[in-house]
Design a protein around this ligand. Sequence first.
Ligand SMILES: Cc1cc2nc3c(=O)[nH]c(=O)nc-3n(C[C@H](O)[C@H](O)[C@H](O)COP(=O)(O)OP(=O)(O)OC[C@H]3O[C@@H](n4cnc5c(N)ncnc54)[C@H](O)[C@@H]3O)c2cc1C
Length: 617
Amino acid sequence: MTIGTAVGVESTPIAVDVVILGAGINGAALARELVLNGLSVVVVDADDIAAGTTRWSTRLVHGGLRYLEYGELALVRESLAERNRLLRLAPHLVRPLGFVVPVQGWFGGLASAAARILGFEACARRWAGERGRGGLTVACGLWLYDLLSTGSVWPRRCLVRGGEPGMPAVDVARYPLAGIYDDAQMVFPERFTVELLVDARTIAAEKQVFFSIFTRRTAHLESDGRLRVASVAAQNQEQGSEFVLVPRAIVNATGAWVDHTLGELLPAGGGAEGRLQSGDLQSGKHLTGQRLIGGTKGSHLLVDHAGLREALGARGVYAEAADGRPVFVLPFGARLVLVGTTDIPFAGDPSAARTDADEIDYLVAAVRLLFPAVAPSRGDVVQHYCGVRPLPARRANGPTPAGITRRHMLVRLDGAPLPLWSIVGGKLTTCRSLAEGAAAEVLAVLGLPVAATSRTRPLPGACSLREGEELAERCAASGLVAGVPDAAARAMADAVVGLFGTRAGAAVGIDPTLSGAGVADREAFQPLGDSPLPRRVVRFCLDHEWAETLADIVERRLLLAFDPELSMATLRAVAGELVRAGRLPAERSDSEIASFVEMMAERYGKRLKDQGLKDQN
Ligand SMILES: Cc1cc2nc3c(=O)[nH]c(=O)nc-3n(C[C@H](O)[C@H](O)[C@H](O)COP(=O)(O)OP(=O)(O)OC[C@H]3O[C@@H](n4cnc5c(N)ncnc54)[C@H](O)[C@@H]3O)c2cc1C
């Protein structure tokens, strides 16, 4: 059941167990965990699914080797366990990735690491030295990483000579040694988040509990505990409708926006009045007015440089920039290299965070230090993005940005008219365990037992590499039957399976168990502009994945925004599908495309492939 069109301002208030504010990876994982336990859930997001920090991350599912130095052993252990679990439960979206840590010599970094573990950050920085962490320090870290990773099937980490075959071609003269270990990459956290919600919907239907998602809405809590949900921008009558929910509990999962959301949510002067607590935030309770988030912004570059991509090969590099900050250089798709990140205190509106010129120079310099032979330049940066980490607020004399804990916390607002928690912190990697812990607390307060967990529940599109290849074969065969040329049919099948996993057949409208059969709509197999995807997938995202706008489709469902070949032709094709589906008035199509192109330039620094051509026409 969906109440998307059924409720208006005059409608009866709807009783629901839990309202989750924020459809990022944490809100989505929690929604799934709660419906798994038989609760009715409504998710409200001010923008779209995965429109926040989730998509601005480095996209790694990792234990966090670096956190060892900050003594975060419990976090590393939990993250490694979750990494191993997500590799099993979502192998189509979470893929193993080998890493190399370039090392300049044997010694160095031990005293600094020890000081950091003991909490003497100033000494740690003073003793860090210019040559970074030495081989012995890296070997100790990798040994501990191994020790904390129970149930991993990967070979043990080791230290080798630089320049061995299969290793990224970093400057061997500078880095004669290399640490080797494995972690994982979630190239599309946007799709992971959508799948969590798709699964929540499926579970809700099975259990016959109410579940619904409302995007582009915000919520306001009345003093009697009723929640008024209203459209962010009343674009049309239906979206402009306001409705009332009567939840038993609310979870504020709006990440870097947590404080802003609380300010918007609570009635003026309502809630509990309280003094600001001094000291660092802990899991537990907090009072109205206490700042929960002390975000730091982090930027990433996407570099299109064939020499760099070749030098990197199939592994990622985890290195130190000239100032000792960690930098990742990662393969991203078949062609690009992802470089990140920075860590700069940020107090403004998280939506306004942008990569600045200094960050670009800093990250390019870090890559050039590692790969002087190919030396990419600023001109090779085809795109960048920036997000704000939802880290806990800290005292003025607290740790450096890198030293702030990456652990998550669930804090409950004291004196609210109903149980109201905020999630502080959290990583992509620990979204499931965070959801499990948060659900247990919500259930306990509602007087219910934990009936189920998601520990062994795969995501809806889960398939192994081999199953994915077989599925792609069948999708390609259907493409051929629909008249798509051979090479294009294969590219189409790979792209669709890469995005949707086992849901690929449904996404292109075929029964993938029957090779070539069930191709009802040949037109739908025609390519989506210059992309390898078929047009049919747009309709699938509109009908089955809560997409509403051009940006929802291009940025967060089909991930075309990261395609170096993204063109105006593709945008026109997507807009055409929106018009055909009745989701975009034909007369608004051109202006919608124009504002999207403007946004791509402003937010990502990206020009479309054929944009210049069109501009000249
Ligand atoms: C630079 C950087 C690199 C990172 N790299 C990694 C990594 O490699 N691996 C890893 O595990 N983690 C990484 N992280 C951390 C991780 O990305 C985040 O902690 C995580 O995505 C947070 O998810 P979330 O669901 O809590 O918040 P978000 O994804 O930000 O979701 C919050 C949602 O709330 C919505 N919202 C905002 N205001 C309101 C409102 N008033 N009402 C309703 N909804 C609202 C937003 O639209 C958004 O959709 C990184 C973070 C950053 C910034």
